[in-house]
Write a protein that binds this ligand. Structure first.
Ligand code: SF4
Length: 364
């Protein structure tokens, strides 16, 4: 897990320490989709594990084939690391075959000493998806009740859901107003991604502070950033250095989780509605045409001139979509480029060179 930040935003370990001092439990949550509010209602702080990039890949590599993505490999390394002692439980949502493999390894083979909650997500737009996911969230709540000994009231549940919805709304506003915010790309993503480990209300305060910052507007060639997660983080400074400005986000870690608020009076249905109505994502079985329409709309509304698909190597769900998706985008006049990275390795000259050439092309 990352250490303290130098930007005034508390780091993961500090937030975990404070949370535990107040008697709360911490869940290590693997990507991608899950109900943050449900965990917070039980006094459990979800701290997401996207890699982590700093993990020694060795221990993880011994569990998976070399063609499994670095996100899953490093997640397995994290389970064997000293930082794993900070978590009291683990949640492993099923987002792709590799994540499903990760969940199975945890429940059937590695069996860490802390409880593991698998979370099954429906794929596609089938009619039963909503009731399936609501039931799945109910059984997650049962597990949380067994683990924490708590049973949040309807009001406590509603408060947690509303705080989470507000946090997401503010994350959406940060992205919508990106061009006005006097933050470097790295600073901007540090704020946005602090939602991966901050309690909802703390994130909302931080987002409001960022939204009220005054100063020179950032400039650059406007692009949409797509892919799984902007790691390694040096990408963000590199983008500034190359003269790019990320004006819209379609990464699985950020933009694809800007779920709108749900409507139901039943808290489980409300959380399920919310996740299922999020932006189209291969991990939820979206069609290529839905993905294309969404990306075209994002580019139009943000004024982006092109899309950088910043992909994790061996990420089958993403790579499977790209040929047809990019063809459709090109036909509609939206250029794109693809680079593939390992979250734990420094950016290669080949990757930065390709991004730089793409930006030059967009400028012409
Ligand atoms: S990077 Fe791709 S393959 Fe790896 S866990 Fe994420 S979605 Fe699955």
């Amino acid at each position: 897990m990352h250490g303290a930040s130098q930007t005034g935003i508390p780091g993961r370990k500090e937030v975990i320490r404070r949370w535990k001092e107040k008697g709360g439990l911490v869940a290590g949550v693997f990507p991608i989709h899950y109900p943050r509010a449900l965990f917070e209602a039980f006094g459990v702080l979800p701290v997401e594990v996207w890699g982590p990039p700093s993990a020694d890949p060795g221990p993880g590599s011994s569990h998976v084939q070399p063609y499994v993505c670095s996100l899953v490999r490093n997640s397995l390394s994290f389970v064997h690391s000293g930082d794993f002692s900070l978590v009291d439980l683990v949640c492993a949502p099923h987002g792709c075959d590799s994540l499903q493999g990760l969940g199975s390894l945890l429940t059937d083979f590695i069996r860490p000493e802390v409880p593991v909650i698998p979370l099954y997500l429906p794929r596609g737009e089938r009619r039963e998806a909503l009731s399936f996911l609501a039931a799945e969230l109910q059984s997650t709540a049962k597990r949380l009740e067994e683990i924490t000994g708590k049973n949040p009231s309807a009001e406590e549940m509603e408060r947690a859901i509303e705080a989470d919805e507000r946090a997401r709304e503010l994350a959406g506003e940060l992205l919508q107003r990106r061009r006005e915010l006097p933050l470097s790309t790295e600073e901007f993503y540090r704020v946005l991604r602090s939602r991966e480990y901050l309690p909802a209300e703390e994130f909302s305060k931080l987002a409001l502070a960022a939204l009220s910052k005054k100063g020179a507007h950032p400039e650059g060639i406007p692009i949409v950033l797509s892919g799984i997660v902007p790691e390694p983080r040096e990408l963000l400074d590199e983008l500034d250095g190359m003269g790019a400005l990320v004006v819209a986000d379609d990464t699985a870690a950020c933009g694809r989780r800007l779920y709108p608020a749900g409507n139901s009076s039943d808290p489980f249905v409300r959380m399920a509605e919310s996740i299922l109505s999020g932006p189209p994502d291969p991990a939820r079985g979206a069609s290529i045409s839905e993905r294309a329409d969404h990306l075209l709309a994002l580019a139009r509304s943000s004024g982006a001139r092109g899309i950088l698909f910043y992909e994790t190597k061996f990420c089958e769900p993403e790579l499977f979509y790209l040929p047809l998706l990019r063809e459709t985008l090109t036909e509609k006049g939206l250029p794109s480029t693809v680079v593939e990275v390992d979250v734990g390795e420094p950016l290669s000259g080949r990757v930065t060179g390709r991004i730089s050439a793409f930006l030059e092309m967009l400028q012409q």
